[in-house]
Write a protein that binds this ligand. Structure first.
Ligand code: GLN
Length: 482
């Protein structure tokens, strides 16, 4: 398994050049993509040009940053100047952003080598990546199964070694759930920690950008590079960013970990429950004090989310009017231009959410749905506040099941929505949360352990995640790929 530090060492000692690393990565992408379909676009020329610049720097004897020369994949809802950005929607076909998102600019400045843009559920709405308007990504552990979603392309690419790390976005679980289903580490930072300038908006009070990696350390290194205040994002937090790698410690002595009782109920696969319980015992062996805590309103997360997220989406997606971006389906008259373009450009799930959201916000229903949902959101946050008055970190499963088969849930949106039962409340409360590999089911499909921290306590997620990872070997297992 290649980590950022190993590659960095190879570059510094001139054992391998950045161009060699980029070339090997691009060859692997080329070999795997016919089966995996993680990428919507591979940016080979740009990757090699960046790698050459890194090599030139090495030749000049300059010191190298940790991310310099490291192959990275970017979810295709982040704007990249000069590189197509589709959000996996037909409505944005042909859209080439004239500007760069803050996170990708930071990665460029850090010398990371972007190898391509990854597949997702259209506008990040979905839990399986099957809602992409372009292609269906496979799960590297079993090609007949989904990688999760919506950042399924990024999760599959990292799991299959098509890149070292990747970026995703998480509105209701879209980093953590695919990380769980693909057996990698996925982190959703505190709301506001990472700038969303240039992230195509889905539900603005929930969206956050975060890293996918094959180890907790790599995820800490990547978060370090993208976190921080940005005047271009009005929700950006103006806080000091610590050195996250200093929290990677092997012992959990003195730490209190709370197990959320309500997450071990109905709908949870028994093998997922047993595996997560075993992981919790491991945390105890590492010195943590384990305590059961209750978040009685956790279960309202899902219905609340499906009012708030579609409401915000219906407003955010109003901008696709055939004028500013992407396709134009008709020129006959203004109304027909709007309606034809939106009818042809958006897929069924996006249309469903626009209709749900428009309904929930309409006069007469606003109080009954949207306002009520906002009030329950506050109650969910209060449950977390109460839990964090007793413990330092919360644990529960990331997803109720392992990867399901492609096509299994596409005709039943409610069963698909249930995949995010455990991740959604965290977004509603704005908290940081990590999914990390903690075992496999009988078919050798990965299972994820979810850690939840209080606001801006990413340090504790890195601490617990690292200690667990050091004591186990799950993250070292590779998918039996091609
Ligand atoms: N699966 C959830 C949804 O469909 C969450 C998506 C996300 O986090 N972007 O909305």
């Amino acid at each position: 398994m290649t980590s950022i530090r190993t590659l960095h060492q190879q570059l510094v000692t001139k054992e391998r050049s950045a161009v060699e690393i980029a070339t090997a990565t691009l060859e692997r992408i080329q070999a795997l993509e016919p089966k995996l379909k993680s990428f919507l676009c591979v940016t080979a020329d740009q990757a090699l040009a960046t790698a050459q610049q890194v090599d030139a720097k090495i030749a000049r004897g300059e010191t190298l940053g940790l991310l310099e020369g490291i192959p990275i994949a970017i979810k295709d809802n982040l704007c990249t100047q000069g590189v197509p950005t589709t959000c996996a929607s037909r409505i944005l076909e042909g859209f080439i952003p004239p500007y760069e998102s803050t996170v990708t600019q930071k990665l460029k400045d850090a010398g990371a080598v972007m190898v391509g843009k990854t597949n997702l559920d259209e506008f990040a709405m979905g839990s399986s990546t099957e809602n992409s308007g372009y292609q269906v990504t496979a799960n590297p552990w079993d090609l007949s199964r989904v990688p999760g979603g919506s950042s399924g392309g990024s999760a599959a690419a990292v799991a299959a070694d098509e890149c070292v790390v990747a970026l995703g976005s998480d509105t209701g679980g879209s980093i953590r759930q695919p990380a769980s289903l693909c057996g990698v580490v996925g982190l959703k930072p505190t709301y506001g920690l990472v700038s969303r300038f240039g992230l195509v908006a889905y539900a603005s009070s929930l969206d956050q950008i975060g890293p996918f990696a094959r180890s907790v350390e790599d995820s800490a290194i990547l978060l370090q590079a993208i976190a921080g205040y940005d005047a271009k994002d009005s929700t950006s937090l103006n806080v000091e960013i610590p050195d996250y790698t200093q929290f990677l410690k092997p012992s959990l002595k003195g730490l209190k970990i709370g197990v959320i009782r309500e997450t071990f109920g109905e709908g949870l696969d028994s093998v997922v429950a047993e595996t997560v319980q075993a992981a919790i015992q491991q945390l105890q062996k590492l010195g943590a004090e384990i305590k059961e805590v209750s978040c009685p309103r956790f279960r309202y997360g899902l219905p609340v989310y499906y009012i708030i997220a579609p409401s915000e989406a219906s407003a955010n997606l109003a901008r696709y009017d055939a004028v500013k971006y992407g396709i134009r389906a008709s020129n006959r008259n203004l109304m027909e231009m709007y309606t034809q373009t939106r009818a042809q450009g958006f897929g069924p799930e996006v249309k469903r959410r626009i209709m749900l959201g428009t309904y929930a916000l309409s006069a007469g229903y606003y109080d009954a749905y949207y306002l009520k949902a906002q009030k329950v959101r506050t109650l969910i946050k209060e449950d977390f506040d109460q839990a964090f008055s007793q413990v330092d970190v919360l644990v529960c499963p990331t997803a109720p099941t392992t990867a399901f088969r492609a096509g299994e849930k596409t005709t039943d949106p409610l069963s698909m929505y249930l995949s995010d039962l455990m991740t959604i409340p965290v977004n509603l409360a704005g908290l940081p949360s990590m999914s990390l590999p903690c075992g496999f089911d009988s078919q050798h499909l990965p299972i994820g352990l979810q850690l939840i921290g209080n606001v801006l306590r990413e340090d504790r997620l890195f601490h617990v995640g690292y200690a667990y990872e050091q004591a186990t070997t799950w993250h070292q297992q590779k998918p039996p790929l091609v």
